[in-house]
Design a protein around this ligand. Structure first.
Ligand code: GLN
Length: 255
């Protein structure tokens, strides 16, 4: 009897490991691991409030909560790997993480390297300037110095529009915002909610321009061809959209 029970138990463990697409195994993304941990590894760049940030050593934010719900629904533990934004796609492709979730915008170029789930959130690229700046919209930015976060769509689009020589790239946008204080750059381009959080954290110093710079959609990235995980994530996103769970998480952070 005991033997049968333990056999059933071990079968269950194997099944759930397959369900999680565990990336702790080095050779396959869907076989059982010797440690027996059921987990999905999410890579992110926790410098992006309110989507992902650290508070007292804990990961917080919209993406973190959505990921935890994904874990709950798929019966997996979620482990978070906090890395530079421009390392996210290579990390997913190397198999060191199962998915990247970092307020990541779907772009045609990125689609060549990873597969994206359905959109879970719309966003815009906003322009932050010092409170007394005369810049009104992006048309005034052609001869200006612009700060962006390295490897983001803000970086890609601004480099295209305003020229590489006018772009200063920072690992985190708060460093760019500090550079505006010292006058070494004139504006920063970053996702709207992040812009709001940064501006609110330094009251009276900066403003966000009314007209947005670009419109975008966020999605989760998985390794190209990992349709098993992609389908599961899409299933969870669909469910969370229709039962209000997604909105409830977003509303906690964005008023
Ligand atoms: N949405 C932007 C992008 O995908 C920025 C994301 C981020 O910095 N975390 O490039």
């Amino acid at each position: 009897m005991k033997k049968i029970l333990s056999l059933i138990l071990s079968m269950l463990v194997v099944c759930s490991l397959v369900a999680c697409g565990n990336s702790t195994t080095s050779t396959s993304s869907s076989s059982s691991s010797s440690t027996g941990t059921e987990k999905l590894i999410m890579c992110t760049n926790a410098e992006f409030p309110p989507y992902e940030y650290k508070e007292g050593g804990d990961f917080k934010g919209i993406d973190v909560e959505i990921a935890n719900k994904i874990g709950e629904k798929l019966g997996c533990e979620i482990e978070i790997l906090d890395i530079a934004f421009d390392s996210l796609i290579p990390t997913v492709n190397s198999g060191k993480a199962d998915f990247a979730m970092a307020g990541m915008t779907i772009t045609e170029d990125r689609k060549e390297n990873v597969d994206f789930t359905d959109t879970y959130q719309n966003a815009v690229q906003a322009i932050i300037v010092p409170i007394n700046s005369e810049i009104v919209d992006s048309n005034d930015m052609y001869d200006k110095k612009i700060g962006v976060q390295l490897g983001t769509t803000g970086d890609i689009y601004c480099t295209d529009d305003f020229g590489d020589e006018n772009i200063s790239r920072y690992p985190k946008i708060v460093d760019g915002v500090q550079a505006m204080k010292t006058g070494s750059i004139d504006a920063c381009v970053v996702d709207d909610q992040v812009a709001k959080a940064v501006v609110a954290g330094d009251e009276g110093s900066f403003k966000i321009l009314e007209s947005p710079y670009a419109e975008e959609e966020y999605a989760i990235a998985v390794k190209k061809g990992n349709s098993e995980l992609l389908d599961k994530l899409n299933g969870v996103i669909k469910e969370m959209k229709s039962n209000g769970e997604l909105k409830a998480i977003v509303d906690k952070y964005i008023q």
